[in-house]
Design a protein around this ligand. Structure first.
Ligand code: NAD
Length: 509
């Protein structure tokens, strides 16, 4: 579809077909690398959410979907992976032109992981214990019990703007694998790849199983999270909004899993390979221009190697190529919006004001051909302390706070001194010490001598205020299933039912 200026329009997708939002409103989608409007997106209403939820409910009630056998469901997930593979390039371009992620990465990493998520879930479905028989047990009458795992129902899946397709796949694949139906709500500013992938997946899924309503969080997300006929919300976004969504869910006791913010600490021990660490720590913080929840945004460096480490970080930061994410040579793209750019600059200023040293970067970057873009220079904040605002709050930009420590105990205390607990890391040659330290780090993922080591069969999620529930593989499947105990009595003789005689004392004669 296209509007009068020839811009592509992305409508809603409900019950197997594209449809206009009830209010008829479309709003611009901006490319953050250029500041230009590249598409228009439907502004869904609460009424649209209701229509989508009704479609998802009807699809869920169809036993052919809900009770599909695991082998057929696995085959369907593989078909989903196939459709995505065939349309990878188109999806990667939509992703990069809205989120600012480099095309080299969205094409060669993100989309590959999306496909892998569906393939891994296909494998998990084949092996998952959907029915488990417990050993018969006299309680006091002999009983046989089975534990069944069943889909929860209609799932509202709400995602953040930074990795729209990745975040979507982490939720959609397990929700489908478990036999649920879905209403998706992508972030306002990066919705195009989500609408397109939903349209593509609907070519293999039954109608009504996967729906998308785009629009404002305060309208669409809010309605989904309070809707009485939505059974589960899986939310990825900020901790503040996660708390609000969790409160909404409590009103109807919806199942709720939350993937929230982070302030990942990386600890550099004095024996670390500093070249490996410099490169890896910058990958940890500058990937997606720092707009990643699991980024390593605080680097805690032992006093013996602190100055050398900062020098290496500064030297390498200067080599990062900023540019249009579409260009193959670009290593780092822009901030997602102008407002977010201003927030990042304010954080850098706060570090200056609190006495830290901007060892490099700290300014707006002007990129040739992308003069309207929202680029921030790769920034190293040296002489930072853990009480500074820039070290405590999620900046979501290419900004690394480098903090000095003098003992392992002190490093662990600083690392854990945060409300978040999503990721943490250790840089050292001593793998025994690293594992000992990993036990003391309060984070859902710990990486040793690397960062962003996310695999599609290992759990990913938060401790503390980084949320709860886990994405990926069987860990994600668990959170899209209800558990039912089915108990079968063996005894037919009423006189041989000792528990019942507690009521029917007349039988005891
Ligand atoms: P956000 O909380 O502003 O928005 C997240 C989603 O919530 C969006 O789709 C938004 O439209 C929606 N929303 C807004 N108001 C709502 C409401 N009243 N009810 C329901 N939904 C509503 O977050 P963001 O700025 O889009 O994303 C950045 C944040 O996401 C960062 O804090 C980042 O750390 C976090 N994040 C976490 C993970 C993870 O896996 N832990 C992954 C990516 C991003």
């Amino acid at each position: 579809m296209g509007d009068q200026q020839g811009l592509p329009q992305f409508p809603l997708f409900i019950n197997g077909e594209s449809c206009e939002p009830t209010g008829g409103v479309f709003t611009p989608v901006i490319n953050p690398a250029t500041g230009e409007t590249i598409a228009e997106i439907a502004q869904g209403t609460a009424e649209d959410v209701d229509t989508a939820v009704a479609a998802a409910r009807e699809a869920f009630e169809n036993p052919e979907w809900r009770k599909m056998n695991p082998e057929d469901r696995a085959a369907l997930l593989e078909q989903c992976a196939g459709v995505i593979m065939q349309n990878m390039q188109e999806l990667a371009v939509l992703e990069s032109t809205t989120s600012g992620g480099t095309l080299a990465r969205t094409m060669n990493l993100d989309l590959m992981v999306v496909v892998d998520v569906f393939m891994t879930l296909a494998e998990e479905v084949r092996n998952y214990p959907f029915v488990e028989n417990l050993k018969p047990r006299p309680v006091p009458e002999l009983t046989q019990s089975a534990v069944w795992k069943e889909p929860i129902g209609v799932c509202g899946l709400i995602t953040a703007w930074n990795f729209p397709l990745l975040l979507l796949s982490w939720k959609v694949a397990p929700a489908l694998a478990a036999g649920n139906t879905i209403v998706l709500k992508p972030a306002e500013i990066t919705p195009t790849s989500t609408v397109r992938i939903v349209e593509l997946l609907n070519s293999v899924l039954p109608k009504g199983v996967l729906n998308v309503v785009t629009g404002k969080g305060s309208v669409v997300g809010e309605r989904l999270s309070v809707h009485p006929d939505v059974d589960k919300i899986s939310f990825t976004g900020s901790t503040a909004m996660g708390k609000h969504v969790q409160t909404n869910c409590a009103m109807t006791m919806k199942r709720c899993t939350l993937e929230l913010g982070g302030k990942g600490p990386g600890i550099v021990l004095p024996d670390a390979d500093l070249d490996l660490t410099a490169q890896g720590a910058l990958w940890g913080v500058y990937m997606n221009a720092g707009q990643a929840c699991e980024s390593g945004t605080r680097l805690l460096v032992h006093e013996d190697v602190y100055d050398e480490m900062v020098d290496k970080l500064v030297a390498l930061s200067g080599k990062i190529i900023l540019g249009n994410p579409i260009e193959p040579a670009t290593g780092m793209g822009p901030m997602s919006t102008e407002a977010h750019f201003n927030t990042v600059m304010d954080y850098i200023q706060s570090a200056r004001d609190e006495g830290a040293r901007i060892a490099c970067g700290g300014e707006r970057a002007v990129v040739e051909g992308c003069e309207g873009g929202f680029f921030v220079e790769p920034t190293i904040i040296a002489d930072a302390t853990n009480d500074m605002k820039a070290a405590r709050e999620e900046i979501f930009g290419p900004v690394l706070c480098v903090i000095k420590y003098s003992s392992v105990e002190e490093a662990l205390a600083i690392a854990n001194d945060t409300e978040y607990g999503l990721s943490a890391g250790i840089w050292t040659r001593d793998l025994v010490l690293a594992q000992e330290m990993a036990r003391d780090l309060r984070a859902g993922s710990v990486w040793i001598n690397d960062w962003h080591m996310i695999r599609t069969d290992a759990p990913f999620g938060g401790y503390k205020q980084s949320g709860y529930g886990r994405e990926f593989g069987k860990y994600s499947l668990d959170s899209y299933l209800e558990t039912k105990a089915v108990n079968i009595a063996f005894q037919r003789d009423p006189m041989a039912k000792p528990m019942q005689t507690l009521l029917h004392t007349h039988l005891l004669g």
